[in-house]
Design a protein around this ligand. Structure first.
Ligand SMILES: NC(=O)c1ccc[n+]([C@@H]2O[C@H](COP(=O)([O-])OP(=O)(O)OC[C@H]3O[C@@H](n4cnc5c(N)ncnc54)[C@H](O)[C@@H]3O)[C@@H](O)[C@H]2O)c1
Length: 282
């Protein structure tokens, strides 16, 4: 049975075929060609099968977001499939999944590679979204260092003294800095490479969203997360579907004046920290 005979479809590329990414693509992928990228072949096969069974036109490519060449090949493949209208970047590791250097390499540098590579292939009118984190709001990087970082090419980020020091500290700190860098990477792209292609790019910074990645955090620091959630205005965790609803807006036609910005969706955690209702430990 052939579900869709249309050719020349617009392309949706997802790097990191996990919970949030697939929830987003499910909402925007109907009638489009979906290219799923992930390091895990097993994840790719499972997710692709799910999409196909639900009537989506999906295919996969194994990608290692740590490797520039691999990410560039993914972007080229997306462009070969048709006009790339959407790019969603979610590949990442959380503090309890990886050491600080890996977090710098994946969440920071790897995301930079993806933003750069898709900045070469996006179709005019297209839109991108990077999943950052509420952690981006937890440590203010001094302005002069932020300016230096936003002006540093992705491949040279690890030559910056500040980043070298971050990679030697703990994973939680590396995660905060890496996720803040995602905001800066989207801002830079919005103002330069993506702008040139008449494409928009934004970030979403989710709070605690129950996914396999979040379970690794709960298992390592359940009490800390419980206290954070309890002190927040919403008093609950979030779901991938709630993040995806906001993603649909940011990627869609009603958000055409929105580029280079971040949307914090955290149930009020950062508000409780900023107002002294909750103190971060460590
Ligand atoms: N779940 C949360 O509470 C939460 C909160 C804030 C931010 N985030 C961020 O959201 C993003 C998505 O997280 P999620 O909760 O959907 O997790 P997830 O584990 O479901 O998805 C992450 C995906 O990234 C893939 N990945 C890991 N390393 C990779 C690599 N080197 N190359 C390619 N793919 C790779 C994994 O295989 C996985 O499929 C992550 O960047 C995470 O840091 C998550």
């Amino acid at each position: 049975m052939i579900f869709d005979r249309n050719e020349h479809k617009q392309v949706v590329a997802l790097l990191g075929a996990g919970s949030m990414g697939t929830a987003i693509v499910r909402r925007i992928g109907a009638g489009k060609k979906i290219l799923l990228g992930d390091i895990s072949e097993e994840t790719l096969q499972r997710v692709c099968e799910d999409f196909r069974r639900c009537g989506y036109d999906a295919e996969t490519m194994q990608v290692n977001a740590l490797q520039k060449e691999s990410v560039e090949a993914f972007a080229r493949k997306a462009a070969e499939l048709g006009p790339v209208m959407y790019f969603i970047g979610t590949a990442g590791a959380s503090p309890n999944q990886a050491n600080p250097e890996h977090i710098v390499d994946l969440d920071m540098v790897g995301t930079g590679y993806a933003v750069d590579a898709f900045g070469e292939v996006m179709a005019a009118g297209g839109a991108g979204l990077i999943i950052s984190s509420q952690a981006a709001y937890m440590y203010p990087i001094p302005n002069d260092i932020e300016l230096q970082l936003v002006q540093t090419p992705t491949a040279k980020l690890k030559e910056v003294k500040f980043i070298q020091e971050v990679a030697m500290q703990n994973s939680g700190f590396a995660y905060m800095i890496a996720k803040r860098l995602n905001h800066l990477q989207a801002q830079r792209a919005a103002a330069t490479s993506w702008r040139k292609r008449h494409a928009r790019i934004n970030t979403i910074s989710p709070g605690v969203v129950v996914t396999p990645l979040a379970y690794d955090e709960f298992n390592a620091n359940g009490e800390g997360y419980q206290n954070m959630i309890d002190a927040s205005a919403s008093r609950r965790t979030g779901t991938s579907d709630e993040i995806a609803e906001a993603a649909v807006f940011l990627l869609g036609e009603h958000a055409q004046f929105i580029t280079g910005t971040d949307l914090l969706i955290d149930g009020g955690v950062i508000a409780s920290i900023r107002t002294g209702q909750f103190q971060l430990q460590g």
